[in-house]
Structures are given as structure tokens and as C-alpha cells.
Design a protein around this ligand. Sequence first.
Ligand SMILES: C[S@@+](CC[C@H](N)C(=O)[O-])C[C@H]1O[C@@H](n2cnc3c(N)ncnc32)[C@H](O)[C@@H]1O
Length: 277
Amino acid sequence: MPPIQDKHSSQELLQAQVNLWHHALGFVKSMALKCAMELQIPNTIQHHGGLMTPSELATKIGLHPSKLPRLRRLMRVLTISGIFAVHEAASPGKEVVYGLTPTTRLLVGDEVKSNLFPILSLMLDSTVIAPFLGMHSWFLDEHSTSLFKKAHSLNFWEMAEQDDTYNQILNNAMVSDSNFLTDIILRECGDVFLGINSLIDVGGGHGGAARAIVNAFPQMKCTVLDLPHVIAEAPSDVHVSFISGDMFKYIPPANALFLKVNSLEVSSSLAIQHIII
Ligand SMILES: C[S@@+](CC[C@H](N)C(=O)[O-])C[C@H]1O[C@@H](n2cnc3c(N)ncnc32)[C@H](O)[C@@H]1O
């Protein structure tokens, strides 16, 4: 077979190389977002009235002046991808101004139902990222069903049971995700809950979804079932009851069962069938 260079134009070869670069360096986007969150950039801009120059931002987040050009580069990655907005300098010699976008506003909302900071922090945590570095060996291991377990020797939930800090990060993340999504579910198709007197949220974590549902339907008796280490840390609530247990062993009876799972964690669709049947 002739070398690929002989079959394609220079333009096509350069385009193919760019494609490879995009894939190989795709992680830079997520690491830039992680860095901006850890430096509290979205909050800082919000608390400064929504607009900030690079110099103001650097000073406020405590960066050494020598890091200013790097901060501009970081923000360039994030403005090009629409995470932050950038407004041109008012006049030559003046600095550009950074602002928030609808995307970054989801990371600074004071209301818990619209603040996705905790779930993003979990997604960008090294515990979640590290397993992807070993994806090839997971593929080659016919006995391994979970990428996460292959990396940590524990699955998502076992890890939470053993590590208090991780348990807290995970539970806060789930509440943040649930608050956001349940609000949209209630807005778009809330009538599916009409006429239901009792509901059990299976694997309901700290009750983010259950609390939103019971707020919208106060007559409903809502119960959350989750693993003991999760329920032990759940905040008490007069409108939602919490029960600790294993969903694969027992689910208390109710008019309706609410189950919100993440495909990344479900090692087998058979497990879900086991609950539903
Ligand atoms: C993706 S989280 C969803 C949490 C909650 N539904 C929410 O949206 O905020 C899945 C939940 O299932 C729980 N879980 C996992 N295995 C379980 C089991 N065998 N029995 C009960 N709960 C379980 C986890 O502890 C976790 O809180």
C-alpha cells in the first residue's frame, strides 16, 4: 500500500492532523474548566457585578502578576468554547472584559436548584477521571464489568461507603443534579405525578428530587430509599422520609416508584430489570 502522503493533498493531510490534535488535546477543555472552577472564577466575576478585566480578575483571585498572560490563555480556551463571554476592549490599549454566559451562570446560582457546581466538581474529580486512563486494559479484561472498579477496586457506591470525603462530594453532586433536572421535569411534564399519593425514590440520595416533587405536590407521601452510609448523612426533612436499605433486596410499597440512574454507574441493565419486574 502506498504511503498516505501519496494519496492525499497537503490540505487533506493537514486537516487529518488537526483532527488528531483535536482528539488528543480534547482534555485541555475540561481541565481548563476544572481550573477555572477551582480558582473560583465564575463566582468572582459574578460577585464583581458580572464583568471583569483580566487584571482585576488576577488580583481578586490572588494570582502573581507574572501569571497574567497565562490567565489570558486559560480564559481564551474558555471564551472560545462559550463557557465565558469576552467583550472587546473599549479603546486601544485597554483590556478586554470577561463576563458570564448562561453556561457559567449554572455554576454560580445562589438557588440550589440551578447550581451545577457540585456535580461538575464530581465529574472533574481525579477519582472519576483516572479510570479513563486505563480504558484499554479494561477492554482487554473480559471479567471486568466496571471501568471505575477496575481502577479503584471498588465501585462508585462502595467507594462512597469507605471514604467520607468522597461520600460527601458524591451526595452533594447528586442533589445538585437532581434539583436541576427535577425542576425541569416538573415544569415540562409535572402532570405525570397527578393523582399519586405515595412515591418512593429508589436510590434517592439526600432527597433532592423527592424534596422538589413534594414541594410541587404537598399531599404526596414521599420516601427516599438509599444505602445506609448515604441515609446516615441525609439532612432531616419533615416532608420526606428516609429509609436505608438495598434496592435489590427490598423496596417498600408505594403508588409510584421513581428511579433516576446514571448510565455510567449501571454495570448491567439486568440490575434495573431486577428492580422493575
Ligand atoms: C445516581 S445516584 C442518584 C441519586 C438520586 N436519585 C439523585 O438523583 O440525586 C444513585 C443513588 O443510588 C444509590 N444506590 C446505589 N446502589 C444502591 C442499592 N443497592 N440500594 C439502594 N440505593 C443504591 C446510591 O447510593 C446513590 O445515592
